[in-house]
Design a protein around this ligand. Structure first.
Ligand code: NAP
Length: 378
């Protein structure tokens, strides 16, 4: 990201060296110890990647990694409380000061009375965050294919409501959150027309999709093309725990059509960070899923740990870097400054091809993968 000269040191800036509370806890799990940073240097602020590593997303250009904001407002799954907002603002500020320009959200994020909270917070953080980078930030929001959104006009209204919540004049990428092809195929065309209309009205810079499989992706690509609207991105669950044939096919098709793949849940909802074990599970519904997957995950977690140790990185950084090496833009979810700081260390370096192979064969040896989104199409 092109920060102004006054805020931009020579880049890329070294990966984070400052130890934080969470990082010192991490050291006990085999991460690099303080001795690897005898001077206890603080990271300099500025992009953690070279300018040419910025990624084209349709007409936009973004950091090679974005951050996801599903947790911002979600009490049920992610334990959000409104008193976390100060920390979330700091987390956002740290990210943008270090060159992150892409933030993913959705109009359905936020539970109960907090519906839409992720968009509200993101808009507020942009307004109240570092002023010099405001115009560089690309918000990618998703519009839910709710059953009551039956016409293109209703979908455009959804976009206008998101703009209101975020108090933005224009959204970077307006994404269709999921396809209704599996259960309400007639609704699908209205939603596609809605995307066309919001693009033509100038409410969004570009349009994208989410949870589309390869076949459905080709269909919407062709339809949008016939209406003169380019499809810029496809968001899909993509990680070392979700790298099946569908993801491979989707990547190949996206590449051939010039569509950028955005990987969601790149940390397997937290499982690939190495901090959860069968006796240390997260609170809430994630525990049910983790209980099924973690018992077979040792080969992959050991491989992540070994590569992380040999490189002086953390397991999360290796897992996110793998997504970047596969040619996707990962959007790890972050809830704290420490998580953002750690995940920023995924940038500015690359796994070797041997390491990638090693990770993938360890992933294949793990018996259970992530469950796929119920709305994911073929
Ligand atoms: N299109 C879709 O249907 C869809 C679906 C899912 C997600 N998404 C998007 O993708 C984003 C990312 O996916 P996700 O949030 O589902 O999962 P994820 O990125 O795989 O995991 C995120 C969670 O892992 C933990 N974490 C993150 N960094 C960490 C670190 N360095 N050390 C330790 N723990 C860390 C945090 O939770 P804890 O601290 O609680 O463990 C965090 O909320 C979402 O925020 C959302 O924007 C889109």
């Amino acid at each position: 990201m092109a920060l102004s000269a006054s805020t931009t040191p020579a880049f890329p800036v070294a990966p984070p060296l400052r130890r934080t509370t969470s990082a010192s806890a991490a050291a006990t799990r085999g991460r690099p110890s303080l001795s690897s940073n005898p001077l206890n240097l603080r990271p300099r602020l500025g992009p953690r990647f070279w300018p040419w590593e910025k990624v084209k997303l349709g007409p936009l250009s973004v950091s090679p990694m974005g951050f996801g904001t599903w947790a911002w407002g979600n009490q049920l799954l992610w334990g959000y409380q409104e008193d976390m907002d100060g920390v979330l603002q700091e987390t956002f500020n740290l990210a943008v000061r270090n060159g992150i320009t892409l933030f993913d959200t959705a109009d359905s994020y936020g539970t109960g009375r907090l519906n839409g909270q992720s968009e509200r917070l993101l808009g507020k953080f942009i307004r109240e965050g570092p002023s010099k980078v405001q115009d560089k930030i690309v918000v990618a929001t998703k519009f839910a294919a709710y059953p009551w959104r039956l016409t293109a006009g209703q979908f455009v209204k959804a976009c206008e409501s998101s703009l209101d919540r975020m108090q933005l004049e224009k959204i970077g990428i307006g994404q269709l959150h999921w396809s209704t092809a599996n259960y309400a195929p007639l609704q699908e065309r209205a939603l596609w027309d809605g995307l066309v209309d919001m693009y033509e009205k100038g409410l969004v810079c570009a349009v994208g999709v989410s949870n589309y499989g390869p076949k459905q992706l080709i269909k919407i690509y062709n339809y949008l093309k016939s209406r003169g609207v380019p499809l810029c991105s496809a968001q899909v669950q993509f990680s070392l725990l979700s790298m099946g044939e569908d993801q491979k096919e989707l990547k190949a098709i996206s590449d051939s059509l010039g569509i950028r793949l955005i990987s969601y849940s790149p940390l397997g909802l937290g499982m690939l960070t190495g901090k959860y074990t069968i006796s240390k599970l997260p609170r809430g519904p994630r525990a049910l899923l983790f209980r099924q997957i973690l018992p077979g995950l040792d080969p992959l977690l050991n491989s992540l740990r070994e590569i992380a140790e040999s490189r002086g990185k953390t397991m999360s950084q290796v897992a996110i870097n793998w997504c970047i090496c596969k040619g996707t833009i990962p959007i790890p979810g972050v809830k704290t400054v420490e998580q953002a700081e750690e995940n920023l260390g995924s940038l500015g370096w690359r796994l070797s091809s041997d390491e990638i192979l090693e990770l993938e064969s360890a992933a294949k040896a793990s018996p259970r993968k992530m469950i796929q989104n119920i709305f994911q199409t073929r």
